[in-house]
Design a protein around this ligand. Structure first.
Ligand SMILES: [Cu+2]
Length: 500
């Protein structure tokens, strides 16, 4: 009996060990979960408010029927309860631009006034309307019109707290090159300005990143084709333009994404994937990185994505890595082939690590954003027909660690440039970093506000003493998520702080 038992037990024990190993491997890759309730609106635009809720804006949501009926929608999503609240939407915000103001309100500029017809040069036509979404009253408040109507404009907060906007299709469906700046103090628009000659062909949703010297970097990421516009650094005061050469696949950065790599102090921008929706040309897997602190900044190829992708999403995580997910291998006009893969880029090692794959397709009009608890939520997707309403949430590998999360017990809510502040924290291991992460406001793989800023710190008896950087261009004014990260790379839940 015993020899037989031994012979029988042995394989079982081996199988058990294998099973545990498999679970451990899966645990390191994070996990996905589709929420129980799909979105009630077409989430073309998503923005994380400092109340912790996510604004999901559709307007007419690329539905000509809803446009004809005057049905414009917005919903507020609570990621903790996974419930929705309907928001009255006074205009068609479909494909507007948006950026957070210093007071935490979201400026939404432009939108849609017509779907393609002969009267609008067979393109959508823009709207001059501007609204602020107020997170405390959950309502839109009308602001002065822009001088030019805009559909697919970019908007970016400057170090002053004012919001610069440029690009888009005007009231007749033609590209506008003019820019305007919204004054955050007086709530008025400046006079219009023309761009430098290098931007005379203005891309739609041009990805603009505010540099620490106050200039804007156009990364080459755009929507519906770059035309002759190539990457460069733009001084919007003098209109001086410094071209940035070296971008690979420059004509295939339609539906790509770019971002300021963490930490923002490094002043490096990465561009990921892309294609050409309307040519149509399928996706590329290439990435490129530029060090904008260099004397003559030049893009150099970065490590490629695991597969060819356009319409992808890239999200800065609190542990100073970048999560990339979703997208498609072809344009939606070429078969709409969603890609189910996700990976994490570590800027310190310049390497990608595969993580668990999403299950919901995310193509044109899809987005992803970081939640204050360190998870990432993904939204939307608009193939030729229909719209993806499911919300899927990724729990990164750092939330599968067996050690307890560090905690911010207390931190000031109001902080100032150059100020020194005490944080009370708990942690298993000495803290590795303290960071400010700007809440995302994203559409069409474009978010000019996304950034992570390192806070220099010294350890104290009960936590940390952190210093807020002095530069308004490095850390534009407004609400941020403050995270601390422990020695295992595990972040805390964020504490919201307001920087002015
Ligand atoms: Cu769109």
């Amino acid at each position: 009996m015993l020899p037989h038992m031994g012979g029988w037990l042995r394989p079982v024990r081996v199988a058990a060990v294998v099973a545990i190993a498999a679970v451990t491997a899966a645990a390191c890759q994070g996990e996905w979960r589709t929420t129980s309730t799909p979105s009630p609106v077409r989430a073309v635009h998503v923005a994380l408010l400092h109340t912790g809720k996510v604004l999901m804006v559709a307007g007419s949501g690329n539905s000509t029927a809803d446009f004809a009926a005057g049905t414009f929608t917005t919903s507020l999503w609570d990621p903790q309860t996974e419930t929705f609240q309907s928001v009255a939407t006074p205009w068609d915000a479909f494909c507007a631009g948006h950026a957070f103001l210093p007071n935490g309100k979201l400026l939404v500029a432009g939108g849609n006034t017509a779907y393609p017809s002969a009267a609008t040069n067979n393109a959508n036509a823009g709207s001059p309307k501007t609204y602020e979404f107020d997170p405390t009253t959950s309502s839109y408040v009308a602001q002065p019109d822009m001088a030019t109507a805009r559909w697919y404009p970019s908007t970016v907060e400057l170090g002053s707290g004012n919001i610069f906007t440029v690009g888009g299709l005007d009231a007749t469906g033609l590209r506008t090159t003019a820019s305007q700046t919204f004054n955050a103090t007086t709530s008025t628009w400046s006079a219009q300005k023309d761009p430098p000659g290098a931007l005379s062909f203005m891309p739609l949703y041009p990805s603009l990143h505010l540099l620490s010297d106050g200039r804007l970097f156009y990364s080459g990421a755009n929507v519906f084709g770059a035309g002759s516009a190539t990457p460069g650094i733009w001084n919007i005061s003098t209109n001086a333009w410094t071209p940035v050469p070296g971008l690979t696949d420059p004509d295939l950065r339609d539906q790509s994404m770019s971002l300021l790599l963490p930490p923002a102090q490094d002043q490096k921008v990465m561009i990921l994937g892309g294609g050409s929706q309307d040519q149509p040309v399928d996706a590329v897997d290439s990435t490129a990185i530029v060090d904008l602190k260099a004397a003559s900044p030049t893009y150099t190829p970065g490590p490629p994505l695991d597969t060819k992708k356009m319409y992808l999403s890239a999200v800065i995580l609190p542990d100073s890595t970048v999560f990339e997910t979703g997208g498609a291998s072809t344009t939606i006009h070429n078969g709409n082939n969603p890609v189910y893969s996700a990976q994490i880029f570590d800027p310190k090692t310049s390497t990608w690590t595969k993580v668990a794959s999403p299950t919901v397709p995310r193509v044109y009009h899809s987005s992803a954003l970081l939640l204050p608890d360190g998870r990432v939520a993904t939204f939307g997707g608009n193939p030729e027909n229909g719209f993806e309403m499911r919300v899927e949430i990724f729990k990164p590998p750092y939330l599968q660690a067996s050690t307890p999360r560090p905690t911010v017990i207390s931190a000031p809510t109001e902080v100032n440039y150059g100020g020194k502040y005490s944080l009370a924290t708990t942690q298993d291991t000495p803290l590795r970093s303290a960071v400010l992460v700007r809440p995302m406001a994203v559409t069409h793989s474009t978010d000019s506000g996304q950034r992570l800023v390192d806070l220099p710190f010294t350890t104290t008896a009960g936590g940390l003493s952190v210093t807020v950087p002095g530069s308004r261009n490095l850390t534009p004014p407004g609400w941020y998520m403050l995270f601390v990260v422990d020695g295992n790379g595990v972040p805390s839940v964020a504490k919201w702080v307001h920087l002015s």
